[in-house]
Structure formats: structure tokens, C-alpha cells
Design a protein around this ligand. Structure first.
Ligand code: ATP
Ligand code: MG
Length: 308
């Protein structure tokens, strides 16, 4: 895996492009189906690096696919947007090597404009708020919690808006979430997000990873009125993963994936700067951490996963 192999831009003529996110490109397969393609782009402190992390796209894509298979076994009523890892027949053979493993076909759905964030452990912005006001997301929390401690009452749901490109997501109250999507859907989304987090947290803990918090997105199947789990799910990009063996309350935890990159950016005075190129050793160390998270969570070996 060398630096030059990271794929940060993708061009695909066979399908119309619908959107480009920080990491993913979305293509239309047909009216009901999208091809979700994950690039190797990486952002830190909200800035996308010039070069990518080799195999990060496939790692994220196959980890999401793993969860889309595992979660319905833990929560049998769960519906997800996942269809297949196979490529649509319209993709020419010449692009299979590029797209295989980094793409999945998903059901195209109407997305609820909410980020369903669930926090099991107090850290990041939640810890900052708690230190000042004793609340998290304006919810009063027991006194005396230490940094990185699990919330004593169990996981909490702290929704935010889904901001347009270039803008920041904004925390919103449950009342505001209900205003945006309607009370009934807001209640169903909250309940589902909490059950998903709890199931995933226990699954990951057994495999040496603490999922401190995560973000889910949901869509609506308008034919059946079912709420469907969409987007990427329970990856290092959408979650805070901590190595369980290094966990200790009362201090910040190393994140599983981006710690090398963040430390390097800070050391070099490059935090928040545009146009930064990571040196090869930083990119490779980061790739290793993504791979370690993948292998722990899937009980598998990365080389075997990409051979399939
Ligand atoms: P960011 O760059 O901050 O990640 P993003 O989350 O919008 O922004 P990506 O994650 O790169 O961008 O792309 C995924 C996009 O696809 C999201 O906007 C998400 O809401 C949308 N999406 C996810 N699943 C579906 C689906 N099944 N149908 C339609 N849109 C979807
Ligand atoms: Mg996203």
C-alpha cells in the first residue's frame, strides 16, 4: 500500500453523478437505486487533506456493509438501505478494479434531515458543555462525572441538523427535531437510534472497541412507512472508536483512527490549514489504524475481505 495508490478523485462516466460529499460520491443506477462510492479522502479538523489514506474507502464501505449484515441479526425488525456490494451491470469491466469493494448499491430514499447522534460516553463537545453547565445537549446530567465516563443513565440521544455543504451541523432540541420531521417520526427515530447504538456498543465492546458516540441517518420507505437505516454506519468516520484496552476515565482517549494525523497536524502547526499533504508514514500509520478497527469489528482479516 503506497501513498500514490490512494484514490481521492473518481470519475465514472457510466452513471449520472448525484452528489459529492467530503468522502463519498453518489451515482444514480435507476429511480430506486444509488451507487454509493467511498473515496480515500480524509478530513481532520474539518479540512480535507490533499492526499488520501490508501484503502480507506474500501475499509469504510466494507465495514458499513458488515454492520448492515450484523445489525438486523441483533435487531430483527431493522430495515436498511443496503442492497448489494456487486456493481451495476452498466459499469464497464475496466472500472471494476477501481470500484470493487469501495462501492455498494443502496435503495434511494427520502432522507430525514436529521443527524441522529447517540452518545454513550461523555467526551468532545458534550464534555465541554457539561463542565460549564452540568448539562449535555441541555439535558441535566448527574454531578461528578469524569471525562470519558459512560453516562450513568445509559446512552443519550442528541440530534443535530444536517447542514448544507460548508456549514456546520447545529445541535437541536427534541422539540425542534419533532418540528422538522413530525412528532411520530421523531419519536421512532430516537428509539431506533438508541437501540442501534446499544446493540452496536455491546457487539463492539466484545471485540475490544468502545463506541463512545456515533451518528446515524435514516430514510423513509414511503410505501411501507418504515424507517430505514441509511448512509454509512458505525465507521470511524461517523463514530468515535476507542481501543478498549487503553480506556481510562478522567482523561481524553486516543481515537482509533485519526490520532496520528491530528497529532502531526498540531505539531507542524498545520491544524485547520487548507492544502496539506500528509507524509507517507502518517498516511500509512493512519491506514493501519483503520484496518485494525475493521479487523477487530469484523472478526476477520483485511486481505481476505478484499479478496472476496
Ligand atoms: P460529509 O461530506 O459531511 O460526509 P455528507 O454526509 O453529506 O457530507 P457523504 O457522506 O460523502 O456526504 O455522502 C452521503 C450522502 O448521501 C449524505 O448526504 C446522505 O444523507 C445521503 N444518503 C445516504 N443514504 C442515502 C439513501 N439511501 N438515499 C439517498 N441519499 C442517501
Ligand atoms: Mg456522511
Amino acid at each position: 500500500m503506497s501513498d500514490t495508490k490512494a484514490i481521492t478523485t473518481l470519475s465514472l462516466d457510466a452513471l449520472p453523478k448525484i452528489a459529492t460529499g467530503k468522502v463519498r460520491e453518489l451515482y444514480k443506477v435507476d429511480d430506486k437505486t444509488l451507487l454509493f462510492v467511498a473515496s480515500d479522502r480524509i478530513s481532520a479538523y474539518d479540512v480535507i487533506m490533499e492526499n488520501g489514506i490508501p484503502s480507506k474507502g474500501p475499509l469504510l464501505n466494507l465495514l458499513s456493509a458488515h454492520w448492515f449484515k450484523v445489525l438486523p441479526t441483533l435487531l430483527p425488525s431493522l430495515r436498511t438501505h443496503f442492497l448489494t456490494l456487486s456493481l451495476p451491470s452498466s459499469i464497464p469491466q475496466s472500472q471494476h478494479d477501481l470500484l470493487q469493494n469501495r462501492s455498494m448499491q443502496v435503495r434511494r430514499l427520502k432522507i430525514f434531515p436529521l443527524e441522529a447522534i447517540v452518545r454513550g460516553y461523555i467526551t468532545g463537545s458534550a464534555w465541554k458543555e457539561y463542565k460549564v453547565s452540568g448539562t449535555v445537549h441541555s439535558i441535566p446530567i448527574a454531578a461528578g462525572l469524569k471525562e470519558s465516563q459512560a453516562f450513568p443513565q445509559g446512552a443519550i440521544y442528541t440530534p443535530s441538523t444536517k447542514a448544507e455543504a460548508g456549514e456546520n451541523d447545529e445541535n437541536i432540541s427534541l422539540a425542534k427535531a419533532a418540528e422538522i420531521v413530525g412528532q411520530e417520526y421523531a419519536d421512532r427515530i430516537e428509539k431506533l437510534a438508541l437501540s442501534l447504538y446499544t446493540a452496536a456498543r455491546d457487539y463492539a465492546k466484545d471485540r475490544g472497541i468502545i463506541i463512545a458516540d456515533t451518528k446515524f441517518e435514516f430514510g423513509l420507505d414511503e410505501e411501507t412507512d418504515e424507517i430505514v437505516l441509511v448512509d454509512e454506519v458505525l465507521t470511524p468516520d461517523s463514530s468515535r472508536f476507542w481501543p478498549a484496552d487503553k480506556y481510562e476515565v478522567g482523561r481524553e482517549q486516543d481515537s482509533f483512527d485519526k490520532q496520528y494525523l491530528r497529532d502531526w497536524l498540531v505539531k507542524e502547526g498545520l491544524k485547520g490549514k487548507q492544502g496539506v499533504r500528509m507524509p507517507e508514514n502518517i498516511a500509512l500509520e493512519t491506514a493501519k489504524k483503520y484496518r485494525e478497527a475493521f479487523e477487530k469489528l469484523t472478526d476477520g482479516n483485511w486481505e481476505d475481505a478484499v479478496k472476496k
